[in-house]
Design a protein around this ligand. Structure first.
Ligand SMILES: Nc1ncnc2c1ncn2[C@@H]1O[C@H](COP(=O)(O)OP(=O)(O)O)[C@@H](O)[C@H]1O
Ligand SMILES: [Mg+2]
Length: 363
């Protein structure tokens, strides 16, 4: 800075002392000694006062602002972590604070961008890996056919079937990725309607029946006398239930087990729960299973068929309904996934179509 606080203080106090002494000299009978003492006193006290004022109120604050602006210019935002000065009447302090706030905002933006970049990189790596697996498998089967297996009708059919299954997996993965990306960009509009969620669960059971049968798992809809009309996007809720019931079947071992869907009504809406007696999820994994491609079992070979995106889609859909998915699970005992939907209006006389009050088994 061109002026130092000392120089300015000296200049000002010199002028103050001079003016004071000049005024005093106008008074009659004032000795030269008194004038000198006045000058000295005026000079020293003004000097001290001006110096303190400049140093503490102006120069110190301006220097801080200078340092901060220099750091901003060098994109060094580390000072943002420093405690921001509390609001003050001093305008310089307020400017200081404004700069700190601005820098803190920028720092947050930079951190968010860094996180997003990391997330993007991880996502691309995961997608590539997931795409590679079915493509690689289908490629292998096709080449085996080309290498001569096609000559033998039995082998031909076997390998063609395997290649088709790999390509089906690829199709599923691409569909799930598309659904997720459309949801994130807001490309999918929700179509809300009033419908009976018990009917939707029944449709889901019908679709997954053969899969459950193969593993000897019973699908049970705990029917209720409650009016279970909800106001939601029927298609999307169907997708949620397919994923949850599908997982419940997939992560339950062969034989003698049951997957239940039950409802509870409360003031805020209707709770839908899918409960299995499967292997359960360790508590440290529960918060991560909704991440894309996150799997509890690290070996992908043990989990063929799933895209690893099911629960990410479920979370998106349920959150679009202003709700959340809750998970309760105990390793070795089973898991319960539940979510709440807003109560809908009854479209027909439900009680006529309601079955018996006791729970009724569905195959
Ligand atoms: N009912 C369940 N029981 C045990 N583990 C589950 C259950 N549902 C989900 N998981 C775990 O959460 C992971 C993510 O599920 P999801 O997103 O549906 O992917 P995917 O089923 O394709 O692997 C699964 O890989 C599994 O480890
Ligand atoms: Mg799944």
């Amino acid at each position: 800075m061109f002026f130092s606080s000392k120089g300015v203080a000296l200049l000002l106090s010199f002028s103050v002392a001079l003016v004071t002494t000049a005024f005093l000299s106008l008074v009659d009978d004032v000795s030269a000694q008194a004038l000198l003492v006045t000058w000295l006193l005026a000079f020293s006290s003004s000097y001290i006062l001006i110096q303190i004022t400049l140093d503490f109120l102006v120069f110190k604050e301006i220097n801080k602002i200078y340092v901060m602006i220099n750091k901003l210019r060098r994109k060094d935002l580390s000072f943002v972590e420093e405690q921001a000065p509390k609001s003050s009447v001093n305008p310089l302090r307020r400017i200081n604070r404004e700069i700190l706030d601005y820098a803190a905002h920028k720092q947050k933006e930079i951190n968010d961008l860094k996180k997003m970049e990391e997330f993007r990189r991880e996502f691309v790596a995961n997608v590539s890996h997931e795409l590679k697996t079915p493509i690689f498998a289908a490629q292998g089967f096709v080449y085996t056919l080309l290498d001569g297996a096609a000559e033998q009708p039995k082998l031909r059919k076997k390998f063609l079937k395997k290649a088709a299954r790999s390509l089906d997996g690829l199709d599923l993965l691409v569909q799930d990725l598309l659904t997720l990306s459309q949801m994130e960009t807001g490309g999918i509009k929700m179509h809300y309607e009033h419908f009976n969620i018990q009917e939707t669960v029944q449709e889901v059971f019908d679709q997954l029946e053969s899969e459950a049968d193969k593993k000897g798992i019973q699908l049970k809809l705990e029917r209720t006398q409650l009016v279970t009309y909800v106001y939601a996007d029927r298609q999307r809720i169907y997708q949620v239930l397919i994923n949850l019931v599908g997982n419940a079947i997939k992560y339950t071992k062969q034989g003698g087990k049951t997957v239940r869907v039950y409802f509870a009504k409360n003031e805020e809406g209707i709770d839908v729960a899918v409960k299995d007696e499967g292997r359960g999820i360790p508590s440290e994994d529960i918060k991560r299973i909704f991440e894309r491609f996150y799997r509890v079992e690290k070996s992908r070979a043990r989990n063929r068929g799933g895209t690893g995106l099911g629960l990410a889609i479920v979370k998106h859909i349920v959150e679009a309904h202003k709700s959340e998915v809750r998970v309760k699970s105990k390793v070795g005992e089973g898991s319960t996934f539940s979510f709440r939907l807003p109560q809908g209006k009854q479209q027909t006389q439900l009680s006529l179509e309601m079955p018996q009050p006791e729970s009724e088994e569905v195959e």
